[in-house]
Design a protein around this ligand. Structure first.
Ligand code: AMP
Length: 549
């Protein structure tokens, strides 16, 4: 017997309608690409998204057509989230930090019909345009006064002119909730990037996890600085969760340096923010370099979501001590919309002394409802949830991909419908997951696995270490042994011996790096992750000083 409840489809347009009606006067603040701070409300967002939908219709954009973006976090990019998906087209956010050849590949592979770009990227678009065969027009996300001058970009349109000519009256179409809504390519360190194609249903369901108390806990009382880019896995679902919850949003535009982030947090009284560890490193560098700042008074952060890479324990501790701010350590991936686990505390953790609480927070958190997680060994056998055994992380759920766009990479699910994440982790009895590595970054020493992430986290706990990376290097006796690469903080001294001595009581004896090399920089991917393939290449001939190497 079927239930007798209404089959209203879960559509992204319902989120903006809700926000306009119930949070219409809540602010959305952006630092613009042109410079000044821009302010408007959810009501304005809804109106302009409808103007955009009308404009797209006139341009001939139809259900299922892809519309690309190369843009920072601002209100205009946000409007595309609703205008494009709401009218039934597919919003394709492209990461502008990728190499031009990758952007060329991605836009052509997605067959984008239009490309909306911030004026910062005008030179890039000009260079790429001749190769982008499917793109019928390029829309600069600005007003007439700021249009790129003397540009050779063909079919160049001005966003403000385009939407300004349209009415804000528009009836969002109703269609199957499984219709594609947005497309995001994974950064992938090897091979061509692959597209993850989200649906309206997956997006709306995922938004509940963003707003859930034990998810990201985004709510109407929040003022949220969205540092995670709108082109990185849908900014972790915040653009949708924000409309569901009515949170005030603050967009930093292109200014992601420590000073700009600090000022925006202060001026907009943000109590919530989200970003990868790298941006918070820059933030704390700014704090360290400006001793006269009154951080306690200026920064009202209560919760910060850190994900994309492991949040170092030292960083979580600093947020707690300096700002009384709780770090929600989150894990996920583009293929998962992206939320998988979030690091909230259980009742039994209430009142724990800080160091014991940090033991919990340094883990990647517990599974949110909607995601099933298991860890397996090489044969696919499920491993115990004992906090000790570690294996391949596999996931299943309604906002997890079942295959890449255009079938790239073939079948990606196992016989039970689980997707292999490529991460290696432990799960404990409470359900907390701890990522120990990407499966291809695991260090295999004498047949046993060593976690490079644990070693990196321990190393950045040293007060003179800015950033650290650990890779496996060939060792004749043990096959591979860990090599620690570290960047010293400006003006600080630390030797190899100091660092090894510091690690001694923090990691198992046989995990101790065989060597330490200080470097001036470490390579990162376009989404801020350590690019270990490059490091392995760079140090492939490194001779370890240990016996038997
Ligand atoms: P992306 O799809 O670019 O967001 O990358 C997803 C990958 O980032 C995951 O598969 C993990 O390897 C890594 N990642 C994301 N969050 C975390 C975290 N909190 N700790 C460790 N690794 C993470």
């Amino acid at each position: 017997m079927l239930g007798l409840m209404q089959d209203r489809p879960l559509l992204i347009s319902s989120l903006i309608d809700f926000a306009a009606l119930y949070h219409g006067n809540t602010e959305i603040v952006s630092r613009t690409v042109e410079g000044p701070i821009h302010r408007y409300t959810y009501k304005d967002l809804a109106h302009r998204s409808k103007q955009l939908a009308n404009a797209l219709t006139k341009l001939g954009v139809k259900l299922g057509d892809r519309v690309g973006t190369l843009a920072w976090n601002t209100y205009r990019h946000f409007e595309l989230y609703y205008g494009v998906s709401g009218m039934g087209a597919v919003l394709h956010t492209v990461n502008p930090r990728l190499f031009p050849e990758q952007i060329d590949y991605i836009v052509n592979h997605a067959e984008d019909s239009y490309l909306f770009f911030d004026i910062t990227f005008a030179p890039l678009v000009e260079k790429l345009a001749p190769q982008l065969k499917t793109v019928k027009g390029f829309v600069a996300l600005t007003d007439r006064a700021h249009m790129p001058k003397d540009s050779k970009i063909p079919n160049l349109l001005c966003y403000e002119d385009l939407i300004g000519a349209e009415s804000g009256e528009y009836e969002w179409p109703v269609f199957d909730e499984r219709t594609a809504s947005s497309l995001c390519y994974t950064s992938g360190t090897t091979g061509n990037p692959k597209g993850v194609l989200y649906s309206h249903r997956s997006t709306v369901l995922h938004s509940y996890a963003v707003c859930q108390r034990d998810g990201l806990n985004l709510g109407s009382a929040d003022s949220a600085l969205v540092i995670v880019p709108l082109f990185h896995a849908n900014a972790w679902g915040v653009p949708y969760g924000a409309c569901m919850s009515g949170a005030k949003l603050v967009f930093p535009g292109p200014a992601l340096d420590g000073k700009s982030v600090y000022e925006l947090l202060r001026d907009e009284k943000c109590n919530f923010s989200l970003g990868v560890p790298t941006v918070w490193l820059a933030f704390f560098q700014h704090v360290d370099a400006n001793k006269d700042l009154d951080v306690k008074k200026d920064i009202l952060l209560e919760r910060v979501v850190i994900g994309g890479s492991a949040a170092p324990r030292a960083m979580i501790e600093r947020f707690a001590k300096q700002m009384d701010c709780f770090v929600i350590h989150a894990w996920g991936m583009t293929e998962m919309s992206p939320l998988g686990t979030t690091g909230n505390l259980l009742k039994k953790h209430a009142g724990l002394p800080l160091q014991q609480r940090l033991d919990v927070q340094a883990k990647q958190g517990r599974t949110v409802y909607g995601v099933e997680i298991k860890i397996t060994d090489d044969t696919g056998k499920e491993l115990p949830r004992d906090g000790v055994a570690f294996g391949d992380v596999k996931v299943r759920g309604p906002w997890i991909t079942k295959g890449y766009f255009k079938g790239e990479g073939g079948g990606v699910l196992d016989a039970d419908g689980f997707f292999t994440t490529g991460d290696v982790a432990t799960l404990d009895a409470d359900g907390y997951m701890q990522i120990t590595d990407r499966s291809k970054d695991v260090i295999k020493s004498g047949g046993e696995w060593i976690s490079s992430i644990d070693l990196e986290n321990a190393a950045v706990g040293h007060p003179a270490v800015q950033e650290a990376a650990v890779i496996g290097v060939f060792h004749a006796k043990w096959q591979e042994r860990p090599l620690l690469l570290a960047i010293r903080k400006p003006g600080q001294e630390v030797s190899k011996e100091d660092l090894l001595a510091f690690l001694e009581d923090k990691v198992a004896k046989w995990w101790m790096p065989d060597d330490v090399v200080f470097v001036s920089e470490l390579p990162h991917t376009a989404t801020g992750k350590l690019l270990k393939t490059k490091l392995r290449e760079q140090f492939k001939d490194h001779k370890l000083p240990t016996p038997g190497a």
